[in-house]
Every structure is written in structure tokens, then in C-alpha cells.
Design a protein around this ligand. Structure first.
Ligand code: PMP
Length: 400
């Protein structure tokens, strides 16, 4: 297996920067913001406690599981601490959930690189189901229905569908009608729904209402989230999964716990304690998330306007810090002038000739002939103090 496309581009970018090349790093999906000082203080206190060095319980510290349950309860999802499993990031939790399920894996196309790679690691068949225009992260319900029916007819049924709400790579949030239809399809074909909601608190479009499939199909939906994006804590490696209600949830929870016990044992204790405080949503962290949401909205919006003005097709961002412009309007020009015919060739051209790092749509399961790129606009916030200032500045960044 190759290293994840997003991590690979980050490494390439870092190498070029270290060699003195002025690479504009638009490839890597980091929130691009500093850690809130009160979180650092909470981590310090937790690490200093005498018991922090011991192994913790496999499914996470009770305080964190209870705090995460409270977080979901405040979002219209009745949740007990027993339904929550904490892990070192949501990525390994997604892997363990996938491992605990059976059958083929339906993914929206495009979708985050890791789902297909994890399915591949587990030897599972992947079905890429296109999304509706502007409704990233959720397969077109009719196409999902058809894919599930034909997979069953072929004797290799689909067992699970992944939704990303809101979506990476498109920065959009699917509407509630689409989610309702997918929940119906999932019921009809007895699919497990995995709802990756790591960007949930970064929806910046005020008219888009968030609907979790766990509200519609609580008996068959796993929800995952974490602090990597809303509080820019990707490096702290902490995430949580909410198991479905009822017998399926009990079985999945036990299997995820078994994988955890053999693979990572438990997340780091001090990080869990600081995360428990974060999931209680103290005012200063809520304010920080609101400020970062507004920053992401302004910068992604400004960059989207630039692309649109230049003739690329791009959906206005409704969440997080990603754009997914399509450069088909430039197809003839790119082919004639640069011999570029695919998204991968376009990304390579941008990196080699213009020092701009992006990711091609093919990394997200899209056909390479589609000239789309994923642009992570949060990398424009700069370094160190600049990032700190961007959070409060009226004009956060100067666009290149
Ligand atoms: N889901 C999506 C859609 C993501 O973009 C990412 C990070 N790039 C993750 C999950 C992983 O998050 P974590 O740091 O919690 O493992």
C-alpha cells in the first residue's frame, strides 16, 4: 500500500520548503490554527497528576465518554456514556468500525481518501457512488439503492455506507432531504451507516441545517467525531465514536473494543482528560470555534470567488476549509499549452512549475479525467503569530 495521498503531499511539500522552495501548501487538510492556551493548561495539569502514566481503560476514560455523550445530547442525540468509545483519533475508530462490519463498502464519490484505503486494507469491496451536485459527502440515494440491489443480486451485498457531514473534499453539507432518503435506502437494504461528523462544528452557512442520520436511523448509525478540526488538535490524536442504540450497537461496541485492546490499548490519558474538558464545551473553546468558523468561511469564500471569477466551476463553501474547483473550462488550454489532460497532471504541473501544492480529485475516488483539485484554504493563514492574528483580523490573509 502507498502512504495516504494527503500525508504524501504534506511530506513532499515539507521537503521542498526545507530545500528553500516557496511552496504554497494548499494540499494538506489541517485547521491551520494554534492550540487554545487553556487546553494546553488542562493537558499540563492532567499530565502532572500522579496516575497519568498508567494504562487507561480500553474504551476511554469514563469522564471523556460521559463528556462526549453530553456533547451529542446537546445536539439532539440521546447518548449514554456506554455508547461512546474514545480512540487515538477518529481515523483508527473508523477502521475498527469497518473491521467490525461485514460486506461491501459504499462510499460517496468523491470522498476522503482514507475510507477506500481502509476498506482495501481489510480486503473489502468498495462501491464508489456519485454524489448529487453540491451535496458532497452523501451518495445519490437512487444510485445507492441501485448499487445495493445489484450487489445483492450478484451475491456480494453491500453492508455499510459512509457519509461525511459536512464533507471533505468538497466543503459542502448535504441537505436533510438527501440524508433522509439515504437513511431509507439503508433501512431497505439493511446497511450500517457510518456518519463521519468531524467537521460538524465548522458549518458556516447559516441557512444550512445539520441533520445527522443517527437522528433518523439510531439503530444502525455509528457517528464519529473528534477535536482535530474544530480545535485544531490533529496532533493530539483523540477521537470518539458513538455506537448505534440497541443490539447492533452492543455488538459493534464490543468488537471495536476488542480491536482497540489489541491495537492501541487506549488513547493517551492526559489528552483524554483535556479532551473531556473540551467536550464539555466551556465558553472560551466555544468562542474559539466560532472565531475559526468565521475565519474559514471568509478565506474559503474569498478563494472560491477568485476561482469562480477565473472561470473554474466551484461550489460556494458551506463548511470547513476545503474547496473542490473543477477546471474543465480550461481543458483545451491545459491540453494544448501544457499537455495536461488529467487532474493528477494538473496537480503535478502546479507543484513542479508554480510551487503550488494541491490534491487531484483522483485521490478522492473521482475519475482522473475530471480536472478537479482539492484546495485546503486553511494553509493560507500562515505561521506562528500570523495564525493567531488571522483569527481576529478583519482581513485575515492576503490572497496570493
Ligand atoms: N474524517 C475526515 C473526513 C477527515 O478529513 C479527517 C482528517 N483529515 C479525519 C476523519 C481524521 O481525523 P482524526 O484526526 O480524528 O483521525
Amino acid at each position: 500500500m502507498a502512504v495516504s495521498a494527503t500525508l504524501a503531499i504534506n511530506q513532499l511539500t515539507a521537503e521542498r520548503l526545507a530545500a528553500g522552495r516557496p511552496v504554497l501548501p494548499l494540499g494538506f487538510g489541517e485547521a491551520g490554527l494554534p492550540v487554545h492556551p487553556d487546553l494546553v493548561a488542562a493537558l499540563r495539569v492532567a499530565a502532572a497528576s500522579g496516575s497519568s502514566g498508567g494504562y487507561g481503560p480500553v474504551t476511554g476514560l469514563p469522564a471523556l465518554r460521559e463528556a462526549a455523550a453530553g456533547y451529542w445530547r446537546r445536539r439532539c442525540l440521546p447518548t449514554t456514556a456506554g455508547q461512546v468509545i474514545a480512540g487515538p483519533g477518529s481515523k483508527p475508530l473508523l477502521y475498527a468500525v469497518l473491521r467490525a462490519s461485514v460486506g461491501g463498502v459504499a462510499l460517496p464519490r468523491p470522498s476522503w481518501v482514507t475510507y477506500a484505503a481502509q476498506a482495501q486494507l481489510l480486503g473489502r469491496e468498495v462501491h464508489h457512488v456519485p454524489t448529487l451536485d453540491g451535496q458532497g459527502g452523501v451518495p445519490d440515494p437512487d444510485l445507492l439503492d441501485a448499487a445495493a440491489a445489484s450487489a445483492s443480486a450478484a451475491g456480494r451485498p453491500i453492508g455499510l455506507v459512509v457519509l461525511t457531514l459536512p464533507d471533505n473534499p468538497t466543503g459542502t453539507l448535504a441537505g436533510s432531504g438527501t440524508i433522509r432518503s439515504v437513511a431509507d435506502v439503508a433501512r431497505r437494504h439493511d446497511l450500517l451507516i457510518v456518519s463521519d461528523e468531524i467537521y460538524r462544528d465548522l458549518v458556516h452557512d447559516p441557512v444550512r441545517e445539520f441533520l445527522s442520520p443517527a437522528e433518523l436511523a439510531p439503530e444502525r448509525t455509528v457517528v464519529t467525531t473528534g477535536l482535530s478540526k474544530n480545535l485544531a488538535l490533529g496532533g493530539w490524536r483523540i477521537g470518539v465514536a458513538r455506537m448505534p442504540e440497541g443490539p447492533l450497537g452492543d455488538r459493534l461496541g464490543a468488537e471495536v473494543a476488542a480491536v482497540a485492546s489489541e491495537v492501541w490499548s487506549s488513547p493517551a490519558n492526559p489528552v483524554q482528560q483535556a479532551a473531556a474538558w473540551a467536550f464539555e464545551e466551556p465558553e472560551q473553546l466555544t468562542e474559539r470555534i466560532a472565531a475559526s468558523r468565521s475565519l474559514h468561511a471568509r478565506v474559503a469564500g474569498a478563494v472560491a470567488d477568485r476561482f469562480a471569477a477565473a472561470g473554474a466551476s466551484v461550489h460556494p463553501p458551506t463548511a470547513a476549509f476545503y474547496l473542490y474547483p473543477d477546471f474543465s473550462a480550461y481543458a483545451d488550454l491545459l491540453a494544448e499549452r501544457w499537455s495536461v489532460r488529467t487532474g493528477t497532471e494538473l496537480a503535478n504541473l502546479l507543484l513542479d512549475s508554480f510551487d503550488v501544492a494541491t490534491l487531484p480529485g483522483a485521490a478522492f475516488g473521482d475519475p482522473d479525467e475530471r480536472l478537479s483539485l482539492r484546495i485546503a484554504t486553511s494553509m493560507l493563514y500562515g505561521e506562528g503569530e500570523q495564525r493567531e492574528k488571522a483569527l481576529t483580523a478583519a482581513d485575515p490573509v492576503e490572497l496570493p
